[in-house]
Design a protein. Sequence first.
Length: 295
Amino acid sequence: AMDYDHNKALLLELQRAAGTGNDRCADCGDPDPEWASYKLGIFICLNCSGIHRNLPEISRVKSLRLDFWESNLIEFMRNHGNLWAKAKYEAKVPPYYYIPKSHDCMVLRQQWIRAKYERGEFLDTGVCHDPCSAGSREGCLWKLGKGRRQFQKRQFLLSAKEGVMKYYTKESRVPKAVISVETLNAMFQVEKIGHNHGLQITYITDGQTRNLFVYHESGKEIVDWFNAIRAARYHYLRTAFPNLPEPELIPRITRSFVKEGYMEKTGPKQKEAFKVRWFCLDSQERNLLYFKNPL
């Protein structure tokens, strides 16, 4: 019992220790993490610990307060910690790569953790991630068809070099749409699309905002598409605004609506009956958009 209490006190002291980064979740940045991976030597929040549990080959988790910690594990945690892990596992995160926060959807957080610890994508191996090549991708996504009745498999092609994204119907060799990277945006919309990997692609054509709703069965594949779009956007912004400082450029790569929901709207003459419409507020572009329905 003495060991239990003593070790728990040491562990909590370690979690609060200045200059360790242990006071925030190593993966999503949430304050006061209550869990830890004793295989990786990091302090993590409850939500991220759930993802780590599914990676037993790489990570093993315990509660800081509820579980017993052996002295050798305390020593291991002392010799590692969040700043140590960040320096190792996030050494080469490209500037365009989206680092999720605690409020982001599960697939983004899941793939960020897997990319870091399972696949070692950001280890300092000397490989440079070129945004132009990272922003080039080809493959199939399930796209919501007209009339919002069903999703259909469509071939997508993204080229940062050409500055376009295209998609094709099954039969056609000519693209159904050619989307300029200049107005391209992607955001995860899990609830709206009704799929855990649902992605909303927004663009402007002929002055009109258009939306594509897509998903992929694989979480890795949809997150890779999202970051490929971000890489293409980063390449475009770097070229279009060469003097723009990086801290100002990064938030402009992609964005989510700050608010969405139904409101009742009348017509321009204000004589028509009010009709329910779906509104989206895009604070970055300073636009209030409305649609007949969410999709």
